[in-house]
Design a protein around this ligand. Structure first.
Ligand code: 6PG
Length: 255
């Protein structure tokens, strides 16, 4: 099985440059082809690496008016809480670029985890009906132009954790957890069918603490190796790209 393309840099500054160049290019292609760019963000260090998007030339060249921003996963906390993935993106990115507030599709923070997941899936269905988000011909899933993921040292992506039942969800687009092994416990997350229906999926992984999980996610491994969530990221027809720094990539065969 093709595990995607590797883009490895030896410092974070070059990695950030390569990442924003990639995002800007996909934005241009999507706007040309569909008139919009539907992008889904994760939380974590990836957001800091996207910071150059707020600087020249991207602050001027990117067609911000055409962006629609979603969240791959979100913690069920208020939007002003330090744990909120929305707040992280808002403070370091979205407050610095001219994306229309109506194009920022954040999670309703006044609901329970279960209701927030239902509500977010409903909102996503409206966006797919309107073709703001594309649709997969194979399974009617949303087909995001770009889904951006991080990966934890345990191999989790989005809020899909190793051995968690949420990994098995095949029908829902958005599911919820009340027992996340990484705090906070209550979260909502896109399911694997949604992630794997995207046109482009990028996983951004840095630091030596993730080298072993990355090897298990990408390389040919012994048959009894636990199947990590990151290895289950396998876009059906879309492209998969890994943005890595040297320490994260250090245990890969290709390194
Ligand atoms: C979350 C994040 C999560 C993140 C990874 C990697 O809600 O926990 O969205 O999925 O992307 O944990 O985070 P770092 O890059 O900060 O290690």
């Amino acid at each position: 099985k093709d595990r995607g393309k590797l883009r490895i840099q030896d410092n974070l500054d070059d990695l950030a440059t390569e990442l924003v160049e990639y995002i800007a290019e996909l934005s241009e292609v999507s706007v040309k082809e569909r008139g919009v760019f539907a992008i889904a963000l994760s939380g974590g260090s990836l957001i800091g690496l996207m910071g150059k998007l707020c600087q020249a030339p991207y602050n001027k060249t990117v067609d911000w008016a055409k962006w629609h921003i979603f969240w791959v996963d979100e913690r069920v906390v208020s939007k002003s809480h330090t744990d909120s993935n929305y707040k992280l993106a808002k403070d370091s990115l979205l407050s610095k670029v001219p994306v229309a507030p109506s194009h920022i599709h954040s999670i309703n923070d006044s609901l329970s985890a279960e209701d927030a997941a239902t509500d977010y899936e409903f909102a996503l269905r409206q966006m797919v009906k309107a073709r703001t988000v594309g649709v997969s011909q194979l399974n009617d899933c949303p087909k995001f132009d770009l889904i951006l993921l991080g990966m934890g040292p345990d191999g989790h992506v989005a809020s899909l954790f190793p051995n968690h039942i949420a990994l098995e969800e095949r029908d829902e687009w958005v599911t919820f957890l009340t027992d996340s092994p990484k705090p906070p416990p209550e979260r909502i997350t896109f399911t694997l069918p949604v992630i794997n229906s995207a046109s482009n999926v990028a996983v951004v992984v840095t630091g030596g603490s993730k080298a072993e999980a990355l090897r298990m996610a990408i390389d040919d491994v012994e048959p009894d190796t636990p199947l990590l969530p990151a290895r289950m990221v396998q876009p059906t027809t879309g492209n998969l790209v890994w943005f890595l720094d040297n320490p994260a990539a250090s245990k890969l065969e290709a390194f």
